[in-house]
Design a protein around this ligand. Structure first.
Ligand code: ADP
Ligand code: MG
Length: 346
């Protein structure tokens, strides 16, 4: 699970964010402010740990709002689970019987969400594919509780590629939309400074008192390590997709949960993609789509999605940042910074 430390970073004042590859940032300076005025509420939802941090309102107001966010996450999880008795589960059952079923007729809210997901699919030339639910099932990544022991038989993958039976899976998008709705809820309660962090994917609004929110981005192959940090500017979402989120090993090979709809197999070439964007839903889908796009095509797909700030970690260890991301990121280790280069968007 990725994490972020919304308020654990203490940066030397002289540290310039505009410089890439600074070595000085370590965890040694961690600590909470003496005048800590943030309220934190933590719960499990959508298969991940969610942290709601609120700043600048009395603790009881913050707590009430954060518990409403928790309820929202649980409701959305139930509604948007691909199987079961929620709206999407029911839609998928109906789609299995009649592929022409209209999602909006099953549930208006779900219909809007699927329309938005279809728009993202179009923008990415189908690399983001919310209709690959049957493929996710086939691989065994559909259940949040268990991981598969082996890949599916190649014939089964080939059959999916041929038939492409429509089953909706919003796993690459729903968390982002939930985070957006949580932020809207907090704002409606008069909260202007907050972070909603779902397993390291987050959206921040406002500031933490007199300074910006500070975020850590996990190092892909080091569960305890931090690759980089950034400070959010006002209202921004930071979402990462990686091949280390959900994966299993079989016969010495690694298989992960982001699938390439062109091949039916897990994506290759990129280890992680981090996207910084105003809208969490779009950032979530974009991170997934760029993983599929891979090391050559990701800048073109980012441009098609209107995403400007991206950092990718390549399978060969190289790190690439877009010109918009470069001044926002500082690496926790000079070694990471040394591997980084700027890659412009087309
Ligand atoms: P996480 O949810 O772990 O942060 P992602 O946002 O990348 O990771 O979402 C991965 C999930 O998205 C998968 O578990 C699956 O449900 C779904 N998915 C996998 N491949 C694709 C794809 N090509 N397009 C859209 N959704 C996908
Ligand atoms: Mg995603």
């Amino acid at each position: 699970m990725r994490r972020a430390w919304p308020h654990a970073w203490r940066l030397p004042a002289a540290l310039s964010l505009a410089v890439l590859g600074l070595a000085a940032l370590g965890l040694a300076g961690c600590g909470r402010d003496a005048q800590e005025n943030a309220t934190q509420h933590r719960f499990m939802a959508m298969g991940t740990l969610v942290d709601v941090t609120v700043y600048g309102v009395p603790a009881d107001e913050a707590g009430t709002a954060a518990r409403e966010v928790e309820r929202l996450f649980h409701d959305l999880h139930r509604a948007w689970q691909p199987q079961g008795d929620g709206a999407l589960g029911r839609l998928n059952t109906m789609l299995a019987a009649d592929p022409a079923t209209d999602p909006a007729a099953v549930d208006a809210d779900l219909g809007m969400l699927i329309a938005a997901a279809n728009g993202l699919a179009q923008d990415t030339g189908g690399l983001f594919d919310p209709g690959l639910g049957a493929l996710v099932q086939l691989w065994g990544f559909a259940s949040a509780e268990s991981l598969p022991a082996a890949p599916p038989p190649p014939e089964a993958v080939a059959a999916w590629l041929e038939e492409r039976p429509l089953q909706v899976d919003l796993g690459g998008f729903a968390k982002g939309v939930a985070v957006d709705r949580a932020i809207a809820l907090l704002r409606a309660r008069g909260i202007e400074h907050a972070i909603v962090n779902a397993g390291g994917d987050l959206r921040a609004i406002g500031r933490k008192g007199d300074r910006p929110w500070r975020i850590g981005i996990r190092a892909p192959r080091d569960p305890a390590g931090v690759l980089a940090a950034l400070e959010t500017a006002g209202d921004e979402a930071v979402f990462t997709s990686g091949d280390y989120e959900r994966w299993f090993e079989h016969d010495g090979r690694r298989y992960h949960h982001i699938l390439d709809p062109r091949t039916g197999y897990p994506t290759a070439g990129l280890v992680s993609v981090t996207v910084l964007h105003a809208d969490a839903g779009r950032a979530d889908a974009a991170a997934t789509a760029l993983m599929v796009a891979g090391p050559e095509a990701w800048p073109a797909v980012a441009a098609a999605l209107g995403i400007e700030a991206v950092m990718v970690v390549r399978a060969d260890g190289g790190i690439e940042l877009t010109p918009a991301m470069q001044p926002r990121i500082w690496f926790t280790d000079a070694a990471y910074g040394g591997q980084a280069r700027v890659r412009p968007l087309p």
